[in-house]
Structures are given as structure tokens and as C-alpha cells.
Design a binder for this molecule. Structure first.
Ligand code: ADP
Length: 565
């Protein structure tokens, strides 16, 4: 801009100069012409007076005329034939065609072949009918004229240099503030505010800069507010634990939050690219198109990389004229856990109703037999016993279900200091009638173990495991139980010589209602080991199971004694 400004100014100045020179030259030319005419008229008058005062003829006059000033004097007869000439001895040459003869009284510049110089000519008709012609060398006259021209050119060039230097200074003063403004605008674009110094020699520019300082300050404030909002919005969108993707009219991605980047393996390169290339899922593509074109929302479960995402894709209001405006919002929420809990609940209710139905059907059967008098008096006690047994099964089932529900829902830990050895001994004591009946020997090795825990949990843990070992062992077998401290943990180790669990079932026995042999009469509710697993999970311990068909079962449980209450 600076160069352009200087160039334009110089072109303008040069044009002005050329015009000025042309005008001055024309004026000078006119002036010089008038000057020459006056000068030549004066000379010719002077020569005429001398001629008239002379007594001899034309040749005498010419011979007597002193010629030390370089003037050429010619006397011509009325037919313009040379009578006498100071520089030419040839008499009788016809000069009637010469312009000074044709146009008497006017000054002409011509090259004189006789003298070989550019000369000024003037002629006039004298009283005796002869013509007097006077010529003066042009050089004498041109010297002054050339000097004036040179002075003009030199002063013009000097003026031009002065003008250039001045112009540069003026330009600097004019341009510096705008360069400052440009720098300030770039900084503003980056959210930084710069104050323009008001040091221009032009008050008008200072006024503008002052105004711009005010505008910049306001803009910077707004930019900062917008940036703060953006950051807040970003952190909200990243904290909602959902994948968020925004798309424009062309279904190009214009925003992806951190969760969405992780879900779909995206990075910032995905921005401003068609959603389909980045997300590569026909289900999502269709939902986006439906939202964009038909303005209809869709909600569906998306199975992606082994997880389930509840996907909600809907149209958001937009300005059709603004191409980059958000049109479609896509939300992806990881619901894998919810869906598996829902499935577990459905399975649980199906299993629970099934398990409750069997004893209920049996009770009803016995009751109907009694009702219709199909049971004789001797059989009534047996029927009643069966009804009681089925009721006990149902009670055990309900108790186990309540225990499981308690373990799942009770977040508050009501821990008290417990003596684990005492709990173990009391559980074994309760079991005595059952294992004595099967002539099973229980061998216990226990260290005193104190721990902050829930009494009911530890009771249930020991009871379920000992009960299983008794239940799944034949008569006359032995069960070894150890309770001891190991570093910060206590270890409960129970080993039986029972029927064992085949490898294929070992993972599943901890599931609710899972029983290896469903037809087995001695089988329980199928919730025993599920409860054990939940208790161990509650205390962040671990379970180790070693077993094999007919090889007995060995279960080791390790729980840290330092529990955060
Ligand atoms: P149940 O009430 O049927 O005993 P559990 O959840 O306690 O249910 O056990 C699940 C299944 O694991 C049982 O049905 C049984 O087949 C097997 N099981 C558990 N403990 C033992 C054990 N000590 N020896 C052999 N099998 C066992």
C-alpha cells in the first residue's frame, strides 16, 4: 500500500510537472517570440535609419556597415533581387520566395546556407522601394532561453526529490496507525486485546484509533465471554458421559465430544467430513438422514464394539440459510450395564417364579388330595410332612432371595467387630444334625480372627459353603475347614471329598439359580454360591475354586481385614 501510494503520488506529480512544463514552455515560447520580434524590429529600425542617413548607394552602405556583431544585412531591390549583402558577394539573387520577404515585419528562424548558422530573419520595405533584410544568429538569443529551461528542469528535479522525501514521511504518518490497527485486529482474532497508541500527528486518525480502542475492548470482552461459554459447554458435553455429535445440513460432522471420539475412534480430522465416512454405520446413517430430511427423531440400541449404546438422533431447529448451522444432534449413551441388569432381572423373575411354582404345585396337590378325601387317616401325617417340606423349600428360597436383594441394595455398611472363629464354630454347631446324619467328619483348624464386618454376611458365607460340602458329599466322607490369617487378610479354606464340579460348570455355579444337576433332590435353591459371590464382592475379596468330577471340591476365600466402613 505504501509503495502504491508513493507511486500514485509520483505519477500525479510528474503529470502535473509535464503539464506545468508544457504551459511554461508555450508561455516562454510566446514570450521569446515577442522578444525576438521586438529585438529584430529594433535592429532593423536602427539599420534603416543608418541606411537612410547614408549618402551612397546600397553597396556603399553595406561596405561601410561595421559587421563586428555578426549581423547580416541585405539590401534587395523592389523585386527582391539582392543589391548588396554583408555576407554574400553574389548580386541579383532572387529572395522573393523567402518567408521574411513574403511576410514583411515577421521574424523567421531559418538556417542560412551562406553563413551555415541558424539565423533570425526580418525584412521591411523602405521608402526608396528597396527591401532591407536583417539576420541575427539564433545562438545569441537561445542562450538565455536555454538557461531558463535548465533552471526550470533542475528546480523541477529538486522539487521532485523534496516532494518524494516529504511524501514518504507523510505516508509513514498515515500508514503506521493502520499497520497498528492490522496487528491489533489479528491479536483480537486470537482473543487478545491490544491498545492502539494515539501518537499520530493527525488528530482525525487519533480520534478513529480512540474509537477503535473502545470497540476492541468491547469485542475482546465478548470474545472472552464466548470462549468461556464454549469451554463451559465443552466441559458439560464431556461430563455428561454420552457421545455427542453435531451435524450440519450436508450431514457433515461439525462437533464431536471426547466420549464420541472414544466410542467411534475419531479425532479432529473427522470434522467437516460426511458423517457416514467417519461413523461407518448404516443404522446411524439412516437415522441421521431421517432426522435431517424428514425431521423425525429415532431412538435405538446400537451394538458397537461389544457394547450397547442407546442412540438418540434428532433434528434441531436451524437456519436453512446458514450452511454450517447444526441440524442433527446425535447422542450415544453406553447402556451395556443397564441392559445386562435388565436382562438379569428378567432372568431372575423367570427363575424365581419357576422355582416357587414347583413347591406351590406340590402343596396344592397334597391339599387337593386331602380336600377330596383321597388321603386316608394314616397318610395324612405324611402329606402334612410333605407340605411342610415344600413350605421350607419356599421359605429357604424367599430367604435367599431376600439375602441377595439385601446384598445388592444395601449400600450402607453396618460393620461391627466380629470374632470370625466364634461365628464359624457356631455355624458348624448348627449343621451338626445334618452332617452327623450323613456320618460326615468335619475337621476344623482355626486361628482367632477379629474383623469389622456384618455378622449376617459372614454367617451366610460360612453356612452356604459348609452346607454345600455336606450336601454334595456321600456318607462317611471328611470335610477339612481352615480359617487363618495371611498378611492383611483372612483365609477361609474348605475342602470336601464330595461329587465335585465338572470343569464346564465351574464358572457358572456362581450364577443365580444355576444348579449342576437340577433333578437332584438334595439340591438347594441354586442361590447359595451366588450369595457367597456377592458377599465376597462386598468385601472386595476373591474366590478360588478347584474341583473335578468325583475329585471333591476345594474353595478358598481371601478377604482383606481392613475394610473401609
Ligand atoms: P444349591 O442351592 O443348588 O446348592 P448353590 O448356588 O449353592 O446352589 O450351588 C450351585 C451348584 O453348584 C449346586 O447345584 C451344585 O451342583 C454345585 N455345587 C456347589 N457346591 C458344591 C460342592 N461343594 N460340591 C459339589 N458341587 C457343588
Amino acid at each position: 500500500m505504501k509503495k502504491k501510494l508513493i507511486r500514485n503520488n509520483i505519477i500525479l506529480l510528474l503529470s502535473a510537472f509535464v503539464l506545468f512544463f508544457v504551459v511554461v514552455f508555450i508561455a516562454l515560447y510566446q514570450f521569446e517570440k515577442n522578444n525576438q520580434t521586438q529585438f529584430m524590429s529594433y535592429i532593423i529600425d536602427e539599420v534603416e535609419i543608418a541606411y537612410q542617413n547614408h549618402t551612397g548607394d546600397a553597396t556603399d552602405f553595406i561596405s561601410s556597415y561595421s559587421n563586428d556583431n555578426g549581423r547580416r544585412i541585405t539590401i534587395l531591390d523592389p523585386d527582391a533581387l539582392v543589391l548588396a549583402d554583408t555576407h554574400d558577394s553574389v548580386i541579383g539573387t532572387d529572395k522573393s520566395e523567402r518567408p521574411e520577404i513574403v511576410d514583411l515585419g515577421s521574424v523567421y528562424v531559418r538556417h542560412s546556407a551562406t553563413i551555415d548558422l541558424d539565423m533570425l530573419y526580418i525584412a521591411k520595405l523602405m521608402d526608396d522601394g528597396n527591401y532591407l533584410r536583417v539576420a541575427v544568429p539564433l545562438a545569441d538569443q537561445a542562450v538565455a532561453y536555454n538557461r531558463v529551461v535548465w533552471i526550470l528542469i533542475m528546480s523541477g528535479a529538486g522539487l521532485l526529490i523534496l516532494y518524494y522525501v516529504g511524501l514518504k514521511e507523510v505516508n509513514k504518518n498515515l500508514l503506521t496507525p493502520w499497520q497498528q490497527v492490522k496487528k491489533g485486529m489479528i491479536s483480537l482474532n486470537q482473543g487478545k486485546f491490544e491498545v492502539f497508541s494515539l501518537n499520530s500527528p493527525y488528530p482525525e486518525i487519533n480520534d478513529i484509533l480512540h474509537e477503535m480502542n473502545g470497540i476492541n475492548l468491547e469485542t475482546a470482552k465478548h470474545v472472552r465471554t464466548i470462549q468461556a461459554y464454549q469451554m463451559q459447554l465443552n466441559s458439560i458435553l464431556n461430563e455428561i458421559k454420552q457421545g455427542v455429535i453435531l451435524l450440519d445440513h450436508q450431514e457433515n460432522i461439525i462437533y464431536v465430544n471426547e466420549d464420541a471420539k472414544v466410542i467411534f475412534d475419531l479425532n479432529d480430522d473427522a470434522l467437516n467430513r460426511p458423517a457416514y465416512y467417519a461413523l461407518r454405520n448404516p443404522q446411524i446413517k439412516e437415522a441421521i438422514s431421517t432426522a435431517n430430511l424428514d425431521r423425525k427423531s429415532s431412538t435405538f440400541d446400537l451394538k458397537h464394539k461389544g457394547r450397547i449404546y442407546e442412540s438418540r438422533i434428532f433434528f434441531v431447529s436451524s437456519d436453512q440459510n446458514m450452511e454450517s448451522e447444526t441440524t442433527v444432534l446425535a447422542l450415544f449413551k453406553d447402556v451395556s450395564q443397564e441392559r445386562s441388569i435388565e436382562q438379569m432381572k428378567r432372568d431372575f423373575f423367570a427363575h424365581a417364579s419357576h422355582e416357587l411354582k414347583s413347591p406351590l404345585t406340590a402343596i396344592r396337590g397334597y391339599a387337593e388330595l386331602i380336600e377330596h378325601g383321597l388321603v386316608n387317616n394314616q397318610e395324612i401325617p405324611e402329606s402334612a410332612l410333605q407340605i411342610v417340606k415344600q413350605t421350607e423349600t419356599m421359605t429357604a428360597l424367599v430367604e435367599d432371595m431376600l439375602m441377595l436383594s439385601r446384598l445388592e441394595s444395601l449400600k450402607e455398611k453396618l460393620f461391627t467387630k466380629q470374632d470370625l472363629k466364634a461365628i464359624l464354630m457356631s455355624v458348624i454347631e448348627q449343621m451338626k444334625p445334618i452332617y452327623k446324619q450323613k456320618k460326615i467328619e468335619i475337621h476344623v483348624e482355626s486361628e482367632p480372627v477379629q474383623m469389622m464386618c456384618d455378622l449376617l454376611d459372614i454367617q451366610k458365607l460360612f453356612k452356604n459353603l459348609i452346607e454345600n460340602s455336606i450336601k454334595y458329599s456321600e456318607e462317611n466322607k471328611k470335610i477339612d475347614i481352615k480359617l487363618y490369617l495371611d498378611k492383611d487378610s483372612f483365609v477361609f479354606d474348605i475342602k470336601d471329598q464330595g461329587i465335585g464340579i465338572d470343569l464346564e460348570h465351574q464358572q457358572r455355579v456362581f450364577e443365580r439359580f444355576y444348579r449342576v444337576d437340577k433333578g437332584r433332590l438334595e439340591g438347594g435353591t441354586g442361590l447359595g454360591l451366588a450369595i457367597v459371590k456377592h458377599i465376597v464382592m462386598k468385601y472386595q475379596g476373591d474366590i478360588h475354586l478347584e474341583s473335578g468330577l468325583s475329585k471333591g471340591t476345594h474353595i478358598i476365600i481371601r478377604i482383606n481385614l481392613n475394610q473401609n466402613n
